[in-house]
Design a protein around this ligand. Structure first.
Ligand code: G6P
Length: 610
């Protein structure tokens, strides 16, 4: 959620910290801040604006130092205000700040700790749970920051990644993690911390992924890690190729638009050069796992959850294996009936979503050991936790609203469907060959749909003045309608709901007036005639239909019925193509309303808190 950067070096670290923050800003943008050790004092700058503003402020005040930490915030405890912005200091009530700290996560026992620290004389300046940690470390400090942090984290309940430094120890930054991501970047006589290796691109490619319970001592030429028990541990140093090219906008107005148009490439890359379907695409031992399992449980959040819902239609119809799809934050807390012969599939763009990770661990703790992830980040906790994986190759996705991650997830999930069907003997070679051919043609088919942008822009202008919209789909296009509604609401702030079209008459039809645009996904499939009847139900109540209809559906425009013609029906892969115009509709409606498309209010890209 929040983004953390820390550095200890022999040069001014402020540019590295700010560059890191810019790369992490998509994780949360309610406020940002930086603190350094300068001239024997702790100094900081904080802003409720974006990192670019903070950078101007820092330049004006010439803030500089060899040791520092920085943070971009997604507010949980306390409003997005400067006094709640990180870094938080402790010790200033004694006249001089001694501890500076940034935090990502939620401290569940913060009330209790706050009372205790107030009783010890600490005065709180913010409403955050974070300030509690700063004061706790200060309270426990006696000449060794590393020791104080180890003692402090033993008192914390909840999730955290923290970076701390101390006025008395100018060449040291200490980090710790439990449930929230934190990496170490190793340099030559300089070392770094960050919540994502992306933040350190261009600074170092030598990355250590800390594990839950780790506390790390960073000095100029030393990286020392202990585990939750205080024992020294060696963690592997990975050379990580981080693509910074994703940060360039090129000719596009927003990252979201760029990412929508990258989909032919992203889907093509995700398919790599797959010559044939084999379970080993998902990792060593996949054949044995696929042979053993007789049901699938999909766990995910947000857009990834809709990818899972689509996959259920595919897996049940092609591989004939029963599938359950669960919202991770619900699954982790509900009583369910575990079955060890289940393939547990997590879907995640980031691979760091706290609820999905916790749901995975919950499934594992229930004896379900066959785990697989469809994930976009190879170095993420999700990939490390799951036995099997398939990496989507969307590239870095910056826009908070997921686009290319979704279509590449669907691509990976269709491959999974085929691999499962093959192992279970549910498809023959000809079918396999035909499906592969259709998959390989996807980049071209998506390019053709992207060419519809001008027509969709004209529709988007009409949507911009509305406050509500309905999305209808049937069968495997119902999750696509849900994804379309989510896209519209999250970036344009138009309230949008999706329904399976057959359900319309059981409630939502009451909302239909001439003020209600009804977006309809109309592929030429076995449900088409039923869908046409549902569309008539809307027209009869004066509702205005905006229909994305396959070319061979014989749906034509008439008053109150607007039609954009899609290519011929694309069979089982049709949901991937029908996603594209809904992304463009949401994008252009948001542009017409003048919202902050890439950073919609109150949201964050990577949700690493519960
Ligand atoms: C956030 C993002 C969504 C994303 C969801 C799940 O809500 O804004 O775009 O779908 O998290 O994230 P994940 O990284 O697990 O796919």
């Amino acid at each position: 959620m929040c983004g953390i950067v820390g550095a200890v070096a022999q040069r001014n670290v402020v540019p590295v910290l700010l560059e890191g923050l810019k790369r992490l800003e998509y994780r949360g943008y309610d406020s940002c801040g930086v603190a350094v050790h300068a001239d024997g004092d702790l100094q900081r700058a904080r802003s409720t604006h974006r990192v670019a503003e903070l950078e101007r402020e820092v330049q004006d005040t010439a803030l500089a130092g060899f040791t520092g930490i920085a943070h971009t915030r997604w507010a949980t405890h306390g409003a997005p205000a400067t006094h709640n912005a990180h870094p938080h200091f402790s010790g200033q009530s004694r006249g001089k700040a001694r501890i500076a700290l940034v935090h990502n996560g939620i401290i569940e026992n913060h009330d209790e700790l706050r009372e205790e620290l107030e009783a010890a004389g600490y005065v709180f300046e913010s409403q955050t749970d974070t300030e509690v940690i700063a004061h706790l470390i200060d309270h426990l400090y006696s000449a060794d920051l590393f020791e104080a942090v180890q003692a402090a984290v033993r008192r914390l309940e909840g999730a955290y990644a923290i970076a701390v430094f101390c006025q008395d120890e100018p060449h040291r930054v200490v980090g710790a993690r439990q449930g929230s991501p934190l990496v170490v970047g190793c340099g030559q006589n300089e070392n770094f911390l960050a919540s994502d290796a992306l933040a350190l691109a261009g600074t170092t490619d030598q990355i250590i992924y800390l594990e839950d319970g780790d506390v790390v001592d960073l000095q100029l030429s030393r990286v020392w890690i202990v585990d939750a028990q205080g024992n020294e541990v060696k963690r592997e140093v990975h050379t990580v190729q981080i693509h910074t090219g994703a940060a360039e906008l090129g000719p596009y107005r927003h990252y979201m638009q760029k990412e929508i148009f990258e989909q032919p490439r992203a889907v093509g890359d995700t398919l790599q050069d797959i010559q044939s379907i084999t379970p080993e695409l998902f990792g060593d031992g996949a054949y044995d796992v696929f042979k053993t399992i007789d049901r699938v449980l999909i766990l995910a959040c947000g857009t990834s959850y809709y990818a899972g819902m689509t996959a259920r239609y595919w897996i049940e119809s092609v591989a004939k294996i029963p599938v359950n799809v669960e919202i991770a934050s619900e699954y982790r807390y509900r009583d369910s009936v575990p079955d060890p012969r289940t393939l547990v599939v997590t879907i995640s763009q980031s691979g760091e979503t706290a609820d999905t990770l916790a749901a995975l661990k919950h499934a594992q703790s229930q004896g379900m050991e066959h785990t697989l992830t469809i994930c976009n980040v190879g170095t993420s906790a999700m990939v490390r936790e799951c036995k099997l994986s398939y990496l989507t190759r969307a590239g870095v996705e910056i826009g908070v609203a997921s686009t290319k991650a979704f279509t590449t997830q669907l691509t990976g999930l269709f491959l999974l469907t085929l691999a499962l069907a093959q192992v279970k003997g549910r498809i023959n070679e000809t079918q396999e060959h035909d499906y592969l051919k259709a998959l390989r043609h996807l980049p071209v088919a998506i390019t053709a749909v992207l060419a519809l942008e001008p027509q969709i822009m004209a529709w988007a202008d009409r949507f911009a003045s509305k406050e509500n919209a309905l999305f209808l789909g049937r069968g495997m296009h119902y999750p696509i309608a849900m994804e379309g509604a989510l896209k519209l609401k999250e970036i344009s702030y138009i309230h949008a709901e999706a329904y399976p079209a057959g359900e319309l008459k059981h409630g939502p039809l009451a909302l239909v007036t001439d003020q209600m645009p009804v977006v309809t996904i109309a592929p030429r499939d076995e449900l088409l005639e039923k869908l046409k009847s549902n569309m008539q139900e809307v027209r009869a109540r004066g509702g205005e239909l905006y229909v994305f209809a396959d070319a061979d559906t014989r749906i034509t425009a008439s008053p109150g019925m607007h039609v954009i013609r899609m290519p011929e029906n694309y069979g089982k892969l049709s949901p991937i193509l029908h996603t594209i115009p809904l992304q463009l509709l949401a994008y252009h409606a948001a542009c017409a309303r003048g919202t902050d498309v890439d950073k919609p209010r109150n949201l964050a890209k990577s949700v690493t808190v519960e």
